[in-house]
Design a protein around this ligand. Structure first.
Ligand SMILES: NC(=O)c1ccc[n+]([C@@H]2O[C@H](COP(=O)([O-])OP(=O)(O)OC[C@H]3O[C@@H](n4cnc5c(N)ncnc54)[C@H](OP(=O)(O)O)[C@@H]3O)[C@@H](O)[C@H]2O)c1
Length: 295
């Protein structure tokens, strides 16, 4: 860990994670390392991701979302907090309340929270905690914005190898469209809004890719990229669940993926407002470009 030589004004939580790490990279293009602090979970063993932050000159502060006292201590002197939502499902609501309470007790002046697209309007199981967290932020009275991130392109890219092996993409989203963007685009937007010079024009940012695709489109794009024939196989919920379980996915994740596809079929993950591209000042990563860059 770095010693606390100066007082960072901006803290990024989930800094060892994929989105948090990318947000720190994006912030480093606009801030000095000594203006940034990274919140990381206490580690029992050396962690290369923490070492990398150390090497970048970023102060790491340790706290688990489940440890209110450590969170308060870690947020001392922080003015702006990029609050990356937890990736655990069960105690997430309590964890998020702990983070907001600690921010309040430590005098954090501004929070940007990573929520999910259409959090207040869709039946996605995933939205429940996000909706509650948005409400907690409102109750806290802390100045804040909500970054309602759409589906990560990477969620679909992760299935490419399996699709190439099987010759088909399994899903239950029918013709529903996904306005996905890459994590790096969402992270760049987070870096924009957490910068001390940012003056929010609104409180809620619905963030999504410039273009949307259906799972049929995904299959066609895969076929073209890999010069093969991949089809989309639409399934009912139970058949999709069984397919996912056969790939040994954990039960909670399986349930979320089934629910997500069913809600996507009704448009839950589609959005064409263009805010993400406007915030980052460039077109968002397209599916075709993401596929051609994927290993
Ligand atoms: N929009 C989407 O498609 C989508 C998809 C998946 C997830 N998400 C959400 O977006 C968030 C960021 O995504 P990501 O890809 O960066 O996830 P990720 O790589 O799994 O990173 C999650 C980060 O949260 C940290 N964290 C988890 N539990 C914590 C706790 N109890 N106390 C302190 N830190 C904790 C993790 O710490 P460790 O490194 O120590 O584990 C990690 O740094 C996820 O956490 C999830 O809420 C969105």
């Amino acid at each position: 860990m770095n010693s606390c030589k100066s007082t960072p004004k901006v803290m990024v939580t989930g800094a060892t994670g994929q989105l948090g790490g990318l947000a720190i990279s994006a912030l480093l293009q606009r801030l000095d390392p000594n203006q940034i602090a990274a919140l990381v979970r206490p580690k029992k063993e050396a962690d290369a991701r923490v070492s990398k932050l150390d090497q970048l000159g970023i102060e790491t502060r340790e706290a688990d979302y489940e440890d209110p006292a450590a969170l308060r201590q870690a947020m001392s002197g922080i003015e702006r907090l990029l609050f990356v939502s937890s990736n655990s499902f069960e105690p997430r609501r309590t964890q998020h309340q702990n983070v907001i309470d600690a921010a309040q007790a430590s005098g954090v002046k501004f929070i940007a929270y990573t929520s999910i697209l259409n959090a207040q309007d869709t039946p996605l199981v995933l939205t429940t905690d996000h909706r509650e967290t948005e409400d907690m932020l409102t109750s806290s009275g802390i100045d804040h914005v909500v970054l309602r991130n759409g589906w990560y392109l990477e969620n679909h890219l992760n299935g490419v190898q399996q699709a190439l092996k099987d010759g088909f993409i399994a899903g239950a989203a029918a013709n529903g469209r996904f306005s996905s963007a890459g994590r790096a685009d969402y992270a760049a937007a987070a870096a924009v809004v957490i910068h001390p010079d940012f003056v929010p024009s609104r409180q809620v940012f619905e963030l999504a890719g410039d273009a949307s695709y259906s799972l049929n489109d995904l299959a066609a794009a895969l076929s073209e990229q890999f010069n093969t024939d991949i089809r989309y196989r639409n399934m009912d919920a139970e058949a999709f669940r069984t397919t996912l379980e056969a790939h040994n996915l954990p039960q909670t994740l399986t349930s979320i993926l089934v629910d997500t596809d069913l809600c996507a079929a009704d448009g839950a993950l589609e959005d064409a407002n263009g805010t993400l591209g406007d915030l980052i000042g460039r077109p968002t990563l397209s599916l075709a470009d993401a596929l051609s860059a994927s290993p």
